[in-house]
Design a protein around this ligand. Structure first.
Ligand SMILES: Cc1cc2nc3c(=O)[nH]c(=O)nc-3n(C[C@H](O)[C@H](O)[C@H](O)COP(=O)(O)O)c2cc1C
Length: 326
């Protein structure tokens, strides 16, 4: 049992989080994570409407009576989704913990806090972590450059980012990006975090609602199998390297590319088809460098109990022996 300020804050057994994942963070995965004693987040914007989100939350409750949360990701968009309506659906569903991510979370943190909901803000820099703490966030999830999805534009890896943020924020902090096993969890705790957030690792589990062939591709991939796209648009995303991501990178490298030059390649719907039909080369899909540490497709219960048991063994065995205490 690893008890931290984070497990106390959100009332879960283990200091392990499954962060929001577009098309992947559905009730089936989130309830399995909750039943394993960790904290899962349903991804609000995977649901086409706020009403569908309400139904997905109810579906998750049918499969677990343990705590789980909802991720609300605020990204720049020409036609933004109805954020306030999604937020209201979360509040009215009686959710007790929310993961916000993306652009300025101020209005959302205020609204959730007014209803006594705990907010974990996920960000990619020390300055944004400090700001979220000032805005009233209850915890920070900090994503290093290794992470899948949006690592920001500063390119600071977790080994620096996590202790740098730990020096500046007082609220509990979760380390994110590149975590997939017990060694990562112990390292994160040593760096000043109170737990870990894993995306890619949870994506590659039995209960993850994506095609088996994509999970097998993650197992086959190594730590070099990612690309950074949208660099030139200052909206960097780390994605699994494939024929499409390589084409996007090639267009961006030529210089002067606009979103119109790559829109046909990066459409979110194409990524959705990857997960549904199981063709890893059909579109862009998110995955992190931690693919190099993923060698199997366990259930969430197996994964979480393995990480916790091995972390306890590292702390009480190898590390304790180094100090002469075991
Ligand atoms: C398939 C996939 C989709 C993701 N979608 C989102 C999202 O919609 N919102 C968000 O805040 N983070 C998203 N992320 C980021 C994860 O929540 C997490 O921060 C990241 O995966 C951590 O890095 P890791 O993959 O190395 O564990 C996504 C990650 C993956 C793998």
């Amino acid at each position: 049992m690893l008890k931290t300020r984070f497990t106390e804050l959100v009332g879960v057994d283990h200091p392990i989080v499954q962060g929001g994942m577009q098309w992947v963070g559905r009730a089936q995965l989130v309830s399995a994570v909750a039943n394993a004693g960790a904290l899962g987040f349903i991804t609000a914007l995977t649901q086409p409407t706020p009403e569908d989100l309400t139904k997905e939350i109810a579906r998750c409750r049918d499969m677990t009576d343990k705590p789980f949360g909802v991720n609300l990701t605020i990204l720049p968009a020409l036609k933004p989704p109805p954020y306030a309506e999604y937020r209201q659906a979360i509040i009215e569903s009686g959710i007790r913990v929310v993961e916000t991510a993306g652009s300025n979370p101020q209005e959302h943190i205020a609204a959730f806090k007014a209803h006594g909901i705990k907010v974990i803000h996920k960000c990619t820099s020390v300055r944004h972590a400090v700001k979220a703490e000032k805005l009233g966030a209850d915890a920070i999830s900090i994503d290093g450059f290794e992470c899948a999805g949006h690592p920001g534009e500063d390119d600071v890896p977790g080994l620096i980012l996590i202790p740098a943020a730990a020096d500046k924020v007082k609220i509990p902090m979760i380390a994110s990006g590149g975590f997939g096993d017990a060694r990562g969890l112990v390292a994160a705790l040593a760096l000043g975090a109170e737990g870990i957030n894993m995306g890619t690792r949870f994506m590659c589990t039995v209960e993850s609602p994506i095609h088996q062939r994509v999970k097998e591709q993650i197992v086959a991939n190594d730590e070099r199998a990612t690309d950074l796209i949208f660099r030139t648009l200052h909206n960097t995303a780390r994605v699994a390297r494939n024929a499409v991501s390589q084409e996007v990178v090639a267009i961006e490298r030529k210089g002067g590319a606009t979103i119109d030059d790559i829109r046909h390649l990066v459409a979110g719907q194409r990524g959705k088809v990857v997960y549904e039909a199981g063709d890893p080369d059909f579109g862009i899909w998110s995955a992190g460098m931690v693919q190099g540490l993923i060698h199997d497709i366990p259930t969430c219960a197996q994964l979480v109990s393995r990480i916790v048991a091995e972390a306890e063994a590292i702390i009480g065995g190898r590390l304790a022996r180094m100090t002469g205490r075991a």
